[in-house]
Design a protein around this ligand. Structure first.
Ligand code: SF4
Ligand code: SF4
Length: 213
């Protein structure tokens, strides 16, 4: 969804105006921001260090395709806006290139925050934007889980069948096949036990979402 700075700003202003209309609790203590606690824990970051200088957003090569700027998303986490953050397109458009992370003056790894948000969106079952991107992630993940390395032909075939776009990119696919860029048969790694341990570790981390609820 190509967009521009004005649209991204308007969307953020709309979210912020909704926020202002929410009733404030009577007590002086603000409610605990469990959403931020989960994201900080999973991404191993402290999003409150962000002072919104905008450096991450200025350097992101995919920003024009996002509905919110990367630092807008960080702000939503700081403000406990779980639904708005998990439903935005930005977290799926982000390719995890780490350009933003290397430029942040406060050393916040924004790419890891985006990754944590994607994981939480999957955990919450909130995947109603960019489902093709989510499915692509899923098929790549499953191929690596099965073989220990990515079998591109398998992941791409499953993605194409699932999305119903069987013949799109056919020429490119055939070219890659004839040039030996796509392995027809998967190559499995030898140490399947180590592979199972790695995925068990990440299953355990995913369960930590629930312990922080
Ligand atoms: S570069 Fe860092 S401090 Fe600046 S807005 Fe982005 S996350 Fe916040
Ligand atoms: S990691 Fe994501 S948000 Fe950061 S620069 Fe790359 S695409 Fe943009």
């Amino acid at each position: 969804m190509p967009t521009n700075l004005a649209e991204q700003d308007h969307k953020m202003i709309r979210i912020m105006s909704t926020l202002k209309q929410q009733p404030t609790p009577d007590g002086s203590q603000p409610p605990v921001n469990r959403f931020k606690k989960i994201i900080d824990h999973v991404a191993r970051q402290t999003v409150d260090r962000c002072w919104h200088c905008g450096t991450c957003s200025a350097g992101c090569p995919f920003v024009e395709h996002m509905d919110l700027l990367p630092n807008h998303v960080i702000r939503l986490v700081q403000l406990n806006q779980r639904e708005a953050a998990l439903k935005c397109h930005t977290i799926w458009i982000c390719v995890g290139c780490h350009t933003c992370s290397t430029q942040c003056p406060n050393s916040i790894d924004i790419a890891s925050v985006m990754d944590a948000l994607r994981q939480l969106a999957i955990h919450d079952g909130v995947i109603d934007t960019e489902t093709d991107i989510y499915n692509f992630h899923r098929y790549v993940y499953q191929s690596i889980q099965k073989h220990g390395r990515l079998n591109k032909l398998e992941a791409l075939s499953r993605f194409k069948l699932g999305s119903g776009q069987i013949f799109s990119d056919l020429q490119a696919g055939l070219k890659m096949l004839t040039r030996g860029k796509l392995d027809v048969l998967p190559h499995n790694i030898d140490d399947r036990g180590a592979l199972a341990d790695i995925f068990a570790h990440y299953d355990e981390r995913r369960r930590s979402f629930d312990t922080h609820e």
